[in-house]
Design a protein around this ligand. Structure first.
Ligand code: SAH
Length: 272
């Protein structure tokens, strides 16, 4: 029979919770308030390479265990998170942008669920949003496009059937193209196959929102590759092709119904 003191002195495993937190696009101030609070109380943080280290070191407590996942496999990451959750109430996996976009989220959460470990996701500002914000552009414009496609071109990860850029670009919506700056020639081929004209405006943003490092390159389908080459942009860049680009300088613009004085909506009565 156990004496009560034996039970008390037995090691008591903490059952911590693992938070997949979106760090935002790079600027440490673009993390959410909730994400920042979790970092401030974290016992351990696993951050995704150089893309988010600043936010981690800014907000995590001095005694927090901070580890870079750059050289780890998915299995090693999961094992590390599980191990830390046995020592800390709050464990953070800090991901760039939003964790649900090209973040291997499900690959990491499935083993946690299988082991009965609690986890949750805190969304983040995606680099797609930050890139458009940097350039002062809008993803949607009335009667121009009301849809946005977040995609990539095929690299080592194959594209599922029907998702080749030529098919997606045929909609002539805003296209935010991730992970493809070294494959700009494929982007161009896809847009041309979908009938985008050579003078279609394009935007490339390198390190959107990174203080002092952000670079914005504007061009057209015909010259964007050359302009990126001249600017030396080879990584961490968002490619945007959109019929909305440059709208600030258009002579005519269809007014958004939301701010049209003759349009009544929930918050405002129309002027008769
Ligand atoms: N989850 C991230 C995307 C990760 S995939 C998000 O929501 O933003 C990595 C790709 O995201 C890069 O190849 C690049 O296309 C884009 N990216 C990430 N951070 C960026 C930034 N600060 N500026 C421009 N593009 C960025």
């Amino acid at each position: 029979m156990h004496h009560i003191d034996d039970l008390r002195s037995a090691p008591h495993p903490i059952l911590g919770k693992i938070w997949f937190v979106g760090a935002g696009p790079g600027d440490p101030e673009l993390i959410t308030v909730k994400g920042r609070k979790l970092l401030e109380q974290a016992g351990a943080v696993l951050f995704a390479g150089s893309l988010v280290d600043q936010a981690a070191t800014f907000y995590a407590p001095a005694d927090c265990i901070i580890r870079d996942s750059k050289d780890m496999t998915l299995e090693e990451m999961t094992d590390w998170l599980v191990e830390q959750a046995q020592h800390h109430e709050t464990v953070v996996r800090l991901q760039t942008g939003d964790p649900g976009l090209y973040g291997a989220l499900i690959e990491m959460t499935r083993p946690l669920t299988a082991e009965g470990i609690r986890w949750a996701v805190v969304p983040g500002v995606s680099s797609a949003m930050a890139s458009m914000a940097a350039a002062g552009e809008s993803m949607t414009l009335p009667e121009v496009t009301q849809s946005v496609i977040l995609t990539r071109v095929e690299g080592r990860t194959p594209m599922p059937p029907g998702e080749d850029l030529a098919s997606l670009a045929a909609h002539h919506t805003t296209l935010c193209i991730f992970l493809s700056i070294t494959l700009l020639h494929k982007v161009e081929t896809g847009l041309r196959a979908a009938g985008w004209p050579e003078n279609a405006p394009m935007l490339v943003v390198h390190k959107a929102s990174w203080p002092g490092q952000e670079r914005i390159v504007r061009g057209t389908l015909a010259d964007i590759k050359q302009r990126c080459r001249e600017a030396g942009i080879v990584s961490q860049a968002m490619i945007v092709a959109s019929p909305t680009l440059g709208a600030s300088d258009w002579p005519d613009l269809v007014r958004s119904k939301l701010y049209d004085p003759t349009f009544t909506h929930r918050f405002r009565k129309a002027i008769a």
